[in-house]
Design a protein around this ligand. Structure first.
Ligand code: ADE
Length: 340
């Protein structure tokens, strides 16, 4: 055991040595605070790093402190989040900022953080260790893959948390007191540049001497099972007179307060008279939605729908896919309309 402990310590040291020069210059890593860590970790829950960067800049410019975020209107939060998807995350982040701002001290136990909505085991560990409040290594997908290779983990795992549970003792051996967040982020960067999923570049890997699968990338642990996906179709209408566009905003549920094109029941569609303007695909959780947008000229509007002036569309929260589809249809219509 002592030998193994020694080997892991050397591997963690070599990893940090490599990372000194190789760390990605990500905005949440410069002048890190608990608040900037909370915001970035929430953004990165379902979003790739490159996509999260501009959102993070915009958020921090508008709401530079925890108290500013706690005091913000929900509509400001949703607008800043608009396009990142999974809007429950934005509401949970806002709620968390309000709770943290009201507490006399910041809790440092992961179990306490996991009681906040939207904070799972990974996010709790990541926030606490990256903010320097706890010595544990956060293991995202990259970290799990690297550790699984490092120890040539055998067998298949029912899900990510089963794999995490089996690898946690190894992650604990990589702990360097006071540097656990850095080790975690170094693993993230190693996984995104060298220990790649399909073609790991073992020849330049800084922890190759300690890796049981080095140079044998074909013998990787079985990938995690893919979550089953369900398919659904949603029908929507486009009602626009050139000055206003009709939108709906659900009062409850996942997309509460976020505008989208109005949904109509499939029974209301007369396929001959309602031409299709656009079909879009989006995935939410394990469901793949095909959304069909019909031309709704002369369509009756509903009380709960809202007419929004076209120039206002940029200043209200609209879900990312719908903002894209609306832009596409508006551009298409402006190309078709006679120029004056
Ligand atoms: N994914 C989650 N947290 C991250 C971080 N701090 N850096 C890069 N990718 C991440």
């Amino acid at each position: 055991m002592e030998e193994k402990r020694q080997a892991f310590f050397l591997a963690a040291t070599a990893l940090l040595d490599w990372w000194k020069d190789a760390a990605r210059p990500l905005p949440w890593r410069t002048s890190r605070t608990l608040y900037s860590t909370v915001v970035s970790e929430f953004m990165l829950q379902q979003t790739r790093v490159a996509m999260a960067i501009p959102y993070f800049h915009r958020w921090m410019e508008r709401l530079p402190t925890l108290s500013a975020a706690a005091a913000a209107e929900p509509s400001t939060i949703l607008l800043l989040w608009s396009g990142l998807g999974y809007y429950a995350r934005a509401r949970n982040l806002h709620h968390l900022c309000q709770v943290l701002a009201s507490l006399p001290t910041i809790p440092v136990e992961p179990a306490v953080w996991q009681r906040f909505p939207g904070v799972g085991p990974y996010t709790a560990t990541a926030i606490l260790s990256l903010a320097g409040l706890m010595d544990a290594i956060p293991l995202d997908g990259n970290g799990l893959r690297i550790l699984a290779r490092l120890v040539a983990a055998q067998g298949s795992f029912a899900n990510r948390s089963a794999l995490e549970r089996s690898l946690r003792p190894m992650a604990d051996l990589l702990r360097i007191p006071g540097r656990c967040g850095a080790v975690g982020e170094a693993l993230m960067d190693l996984g995104s540049s060298i220990c790649l999923p399909a073609k790991p570049r073992c020849e330049i890997c800084p922890i190759r001497p300690w890796c049981q699968l080095a140079g044998r990338p074909k013998e990787m642990p079985a990938p995690l099972p893919i979550r089953p996906r369900r398919r659904e179709i949603i029908h929507r209408v486009w009602i626009c007179d050139g000055a206003v566009l009709w939108l709906q905003r659900p009062m409850s549920g996942r997309l509460r307060h976020v505008f989208e094109l109005p949904e109509i029941p499939s029974t209301a569609i007369n396929r001959r008279s309602n031409s299709v303007l656009l079909q879009g695909m989006r995935t939410i959780g394990s469901v793949i939605y095909r959304e069909i947008i019909y031309d709704g000229q002369n369509w009756p509007t509903m009380d709960q729908w809202q007419a929004v002036a076209i120039p206002e569309l940029n200043s209200i929260p609209i879900s990312g896919p719908h903002r894209r589809w609306i832009r596409t249809i508006l551009e298409r219509e402006s190309e078709l309309s006679p120029k004056n």
